[in-house]
Design a binder for this molecule. Structure first.
Ligand SMILES: *[C@@H]1O[C@H](CO)[C@@H](O)[C@H](O)[C@H]1NC(C)=O
Ligand SMILES: *[C@@H]1O[C@H](CO)[C@@H](O)[C@H](O)[C@H]1NC(C)=O
Ligand SMILES: *[C@@H]1O[C@H](CO)[C@@H](O)[C@H](O)[C@H]1NC(C)=O
Ligand SMILES: *[C@@H]1O[C@H](CO)[C@@H](O)[C@H](O)[C@H]1NC(C)=O
Ligand SMILES: *[C@@H]1O[C@H](CO)[C@@H](O)[C@H](O)[C@H]1NC(C)=O
Ligand SMILES: *[C@@H]1O[C@H](CO)[C@@H](O)[C@H](O)[C@H]1NC(C)=O
Length: 423
């Protein structure tokens, strides 16, 4: 179309229109570019409250607008969580205070634990998600509960310490998924239970604190998988047990909360730097807690949930920001709990299951959405459990096994979540 054929009045209007369009485009671009990131997302969630609690589903629709110079694309992701818990068979042994590790081959190795007071287990069992069946595998050399289990970079599982009979032990063992056998590896320098074990970025394992007899341990030691040896590293400022340890995206290890003795509950958090081998003080949490959980979110922040403070089971939740070394409170859970589990799902949400409040085990579960910082109750598990295990399977489902509800439980159940992405 040629402008020469148009009258001066129409021409003027067209120019004005053009200016207006350019102005709007510039404003939109400016708004998009001045946002903290080039990604903006809105998330809406709805819970179908008209259906029975056991068949409740959560559907969240996230719209992500990505702006790069010249192009704007919008992706709508509809995530439908089927939040029904489905029973998936029984172990040969009921157990609690055990561990569960997702092996490189996708199977879940459940290790040790306690069935009843004074009845601890050396047995280990395998759950195969593809057939949804349990089978027994080799037994450990030592029965143990309140131990740790870590998947090494070579694929083996390292088990450390724990309680055997009435005492903490220093023994460590390795499970090899290719042979299905346990072998002893070198003992730790200290016997310990209720301690932590973290895989550092260099593949070594940092073991911290724990309890021996009635005392909290301040020592920390490093396991080198290639030499199978233990080396003592810098000690923590004070002994602590029932604490958490999380490997941050910057490689440091954040230790939070726990107990110094039966009556001294920690607010404090400390940081271990593998490059210097030393501990430093970190910002303290807003609440003292033990038997809480700590999860590293995909954005690098650490989400701490629940725990016991000596008089209450917390429903409070706190977020740690590693870049500023600051804790702040975020949305509280609907139910206070300790000895529960928290699992980071592939979509970044955190699923909390079970636990207890000082009186009884819980069957309730709830989901944290980091984008809204809110919790939603979802359907109850088929069994109340505390001191159980929860594992995120390779397909994203969450697998819960064992736990305590008056006796050690042999049941297991599955939370299935499915995602549908739409362009
Ligand atoms: C909620 O559940 C009811 C009954 O099962 C069903 O008829 C309805 O379509 C559901 N609504 C949504 C939004 O899923
Ligand atoms: C699981 O435990 C229940 C209750 O203690 C028991 O009745 C059942 O036989 C056990 N199942 C297996 C497979 O051992
Ligand atoms: C495991 O413990 C049982 C007793 O509960 C014992 O009979 C068995 O020999 C132990 N197995 C190993 C490998 O130590
Ligand atoms: C750092 O840790 C080592 C032990 O690994 C210790 O000998 C040294 O005193 C520590 N340094 C500081 C400043 O704490
Ligand atoms: C535990 O929490 C309750 C409620 O917030 C508080 O009153 C109490 O002082 C706390 N106890 C400790 C030891 O922090
Ligand atoms: C969950 O526990 C509550 C009470 O603690 C009970 O009323 C409810 O029936 C339980 N639900 C399931 C699915 O077991």
């Amino acid at each position: 179309m040629s402008c020469k054929k148009l009258g001066p009045r129409t021409k003027g209007l067209l120019v004005l229109l053009l200016i207006a369009v350019v102005a709007i485009a510039v404003t939109v671009l400016a708004v998009l570019l001045t946002r903290p990131t080039t990604k903006s997302s809105t998330t809406s969630s709805s819970i179908n409250s008209s259906s029975a609690p056991t068949t409740t589903g959560v559907t969240s629709i996230a719209t992500t607008t990505t702006t790069t110079p010249g192009t704007t694309s919008t992706v709508t992701t509809t995530v439908t969580e089927s939040t029904v818990w489905r029973n998936t068979g029984s172990m040969n042994n009921g157990r609690f205070s055990h561990t569960a590790s997702v092996l490189p081959n996708g199977k879940v190795l459940v290790i040790g634990g306690e069935y009843d007071v004074d009845f601890d287990l050396n047995t280990t069992e395998l759950y195969d998600p593809s057939t949804e069946t349990w089978s027994t595998t080799d037994s450990m050399n030592n029965a143990r509960f309140l131990h740790t289990a870590s998947i090494l970079t070579n694929g083996k599982v390292l088990v450390t310490g724990g309680q055997n009979g009435h005492s903490a032990i220093n023994s460590a063992e390795l499970y090899d998924q290719s042979t299905g056998t346990w072998t002893a590896t070198n003992n730790m320098n200290n016997a310990r239970q209720w301690h932590t074990a973290s895989i550092l970025n260099n593949g070594n394992v940092l073991v911290t604190g724990g309890q021996i007899g009635f005392s909290a341990i301040n020592s920390a030691e490093l396991y080198n998988p290639s030499t199978e040896t233990w080396t003592v590293t810098d000690s923590m400022y004070m002994g602590r047990y029932r604490h958490t340890a999380s490997v941050l995206t910057n490689g440091k290890v954040l230790v939070t909360g726990g107990l110094a003795d039966e009556y001294l509950f920690f607010y404090g958090a400390i940081l271990y730097d593998p490059s210097t081998g030393n501990w430093t003080m970190a910002d303290g949490m807003r609440h003292a807690r033990e038997r809480h959980t700590a999860s590293v979110l995909p954005n690098g922040k650490v989400l701490v949930t629940g725990g016991w403070n000596g008089s209450i089971a917390h429903n409070t939740v706190e977020l740690y920001e590693p870049s500023t070394d600051i804790w702040r409170t975020t949305g509280s859970m609907n139910i206070g709990r300790f000895s529960h589990t928290a699992s980071v799902l592939p979509n970044g949400k955190v699923l909390v299951t079970g636990g207890q409040n000082g009186h009884s085990a819980k069957n309730s579960t709830e989901l944290y959405d980091p984008s809204t910082e809110t919790w939603q109750m979802i359907s109850n598990m088929n069994y109340a459990r505390e001191s159980h295990s929860a594992s995120v399977l390779k397909n994203g489902n969450v697998f819960v096994a064992g736990g305590l509800d008056r006796i050690g439980l042999n049941t297991s159940e599955l939370y299935e979540s499915s995602q549908i992405n739409q362009q």
